[in-house]
Design a protein around this ligand. Structure first.
Ligand SMILES: [Fe+2]
Length: 109
């Protein structure tokens, strides 16, 4: 995934195991715990640079967010998951509600 400067996603899960590594740039990764099935509690936030590897593993290590906090440089991350993810849960910080987001993976030649 390419993360343009200053771009990040909302907290979300994947519903399967995953391994993520940073190829270029630096990203901020926050991990969360789902509390009471309706809210998130932040567990930790780290900065990860090239060569850093992290995992997600439901049910307790799945919620996270990735942000490129650089104002100038894009970041590149490599993601491997245990299944084809067509939709996953996302936490809307504006409303404080959990929802679903559909993932569309496109392969172009
Ligand atoms: Fe993710």
């Amino acid at each position: 995934m390419v993360w343009p400067a200053g771009v990040g996603g909302p907290p979300h899960d994947h519903g399967t195991w995953g391994v993520v590594s940073v190829v270029e740039g630096t990203v901020e990764v926050s991990q969360y715990e789902l509390v009471g099935g309706a809210s998130l509690r932040e567990l930790a936030t780290v900065e990860a640079g090239p060569g850093a590897v992290a995992h997600v593993l439901p049910p307790h290590e799945d919620w996270h967010r990735v942000r490129n906090v650089s104002s100038q440089h894009p970041a590149l991350t490599l993601h491997t998951y245990g299944k084809d993810i067509v939709k996953n849960r996302v936490f809307d910080e504006a409303t404080g509600k959990l929802g679903w987001i559909e993932r569309r993976h496109t392969i172009s030649s």
